[in-house]
Ligand binder design. Structure first.
Ligand code: MEV
Length: 447
């Protein structure tokens, strides 16, 4: 079949879902019918549910499926959770579960909220006398609050709203550049829509106020609002999760005794604190856990990542998000991380599985969810470092890799068991597993 060499299209968004699939299949694939069938095979069997999913985004063709699993035995602040996780990488859920189990008998995780304040900014240029604006800031602030009362009323009823408005001079970095820096409390919602709606009105009110205020007569062109938007960096929406125990209670790790383990662990965290290349991988491992819970609860993983990485670089160098100390024979390991999550609003209650994830967690508040995510991140990092400083991570990874290869090669239950046994102390690769199965199947045929 002739392929369309010009793959641009007009009016694509107006096509029906089937028409979109047909256009994609016919213009980008050779096995057109198979592609159509495959994409449609992932449609939800319940039309209503599919409509909900379709509504989340644009130009939806089908659903992209990822494993939804759980890590049980997470004791956080003396409560036991079975944590939902959505992730495509093998070993992550197993590692989180094993770290949860390890700390279960050593006091569990203790987590505390260090702050919940979020930030937004109205960025604007001001060419006139800025002192005049500073002088009338209290009155301007009252105008900003009055004009957004219709947006903030509900949030105020829930105990949140606008906390503070500051005028910030940024002209040392950019000529004429100022900000209204606004602090918010958004309770159990992540609050992005709320914050952005308030800020956009603030931008309009600022322009109107300056145009109407007698101090600025004949100077109405002084303010030029560039944009109004939340900041995803929230260093004051922060949670700390911690584990600790006497060193002797860590137990032995194969040949490695508890004091040696603690010291090596401390050094591994120290390396991630001082070396950026290692810090990036170290923190990536933390986000393996956090992102999986963020996805399972339909929170915004891009916001969470951007926030965490900026925080990790807050002193000018990108560093570990976790910390370790050994004092008076006590091993302590903790994470401080900004997390902006919601348990109401957004997709949290619209996505059918996210809703179940929250139920599984017994419908936590946003603060409780922050504690859970930080603990899972800490657990993930503990599991990664424990492997790295003892056996290395490939042992665990390869075991999962072996299972994936065996599934791909349609190994039977018996073949799988024998392969797991055979490869216990051998290097696993696609070829070596294929060869193993080939030999085994050959022997059976020749019998
Ligand atoms: C792999 O996804 C994550 C690790 O590389 C994290 C780490 O090195 O700490 C195991």
């Amino acid at each position: 079949m002739e392929k369309n060499t010009n793959k641009s299209v007009k009016g694509f968004s107006k096509l029906s879902k089937k028409e979109k699939i047909r256009w994609i299949a016919e213009n980008f694939f050779t096995d057109t019918e198979k592609v159509k069938r495959e994409l449609m095979s992932f449609w939800h069997s319940n039309e209503e549910q599919q409509k909900v999913l379709d509504g989340f985004s644009e130009n939806t063709l089908s659903n992209f499926v990822l494993p939804f699993g759980v890590a049980p035995n997470f004791v956080i602040n003396h409560k036991t959770y079975c944590v939902p996780m959505v992730i495509e990488e093998s070993s992550v859920v197993a590692a989180a579960s094993s770290a949860a189990k390890f700390w279960l008998t050593r006091g569990g995780f203790q987590a505390e909220i260090l702050g919940t304040t979020k930030i937004g900014q109205v960025h604007f240029l001001w060419k006139g006398n800025i002192q005049k604006l500073f002088d009338i800031l209290p009155d301007l602030s009252q105008n900003l609050l009055d004009d957004t009362q219709h947006i903030t009323a509900n949030m105020q009823k829930r105990g949140g709203g606008v906390l503070d408005i500051q005028l910030v001079d940024m002209t040392h970095l950019e000529k004429y550049y100022y900000q209204l820096k606004v602090s918010f409390e958004t309770c159990d919602s992540m609050g992005a829509n709320f914050i952005n709606s308030v800020l956009e009105q603030f931008g309009k009110t600022l322009t109107r106020y300056v145009a109407e205020h007698p101090s600025f007569l004949n100077e109405e062109k002084e303010v030029d609002v560039i944009m109004a938007i939340l900041s995803n960096y929230t260093p004051n929406c922060l949670v700390r999760a911690k584990v600790e125990c006497p060193i002797k209670d860590l137990g032995n790790f194969g040949e490695i005794d508890a004091p040696t383990f603690a010291q090596k662990f401390y050094t591994a965290v120290r390396i991630a604190t001082i070396d950026t290349s290692r810090a990036t991988t170290h923190n990536k491992g933390i986000f393996n856990g956090i992102d999986a819970v963020v996805l399972a609860t339909a929170n915004d993983f891009r916001a969470i990542e951007a926030n965490g990485h900026t925080y990790a670089a807050r002193d000018g160098q990108y560093r570990s998000l976790t910390h370790c100390s050994i004092e008076n024979n006590i091993f302590k390991f903790w994470i401080d991380i900004p997390l902006t999550v919601g348990t109401v609003g957004g997709l949290t209650r619209l996505h059918p599985i996210a809703k179940r994830s929250l139920e599984l967690l017994e419908n936590p508040s946003a603060q409780e969810l922050m504690c859970i995510m930080a603990s899972v991140g800490l657990a993930q990092n503990f599991a990664a470092l424990k492997s790295l400083i003892t056996t290395g991570i490939q042992k665990g990874h390869m075991k999962m890799h072996l299972m994936n290869i065996l599934i791909h090669m349609k190994a039977s239950e018996e073949e799988t068991q024998e392969a797991v046994h055979f490869f216990e102390n051998k290097t696993i690769s696609f070829n070596s597993v294929r060869e193993f199965l080939h030999q085994k199947r050959k022997t059976i045929h020749s019998i």
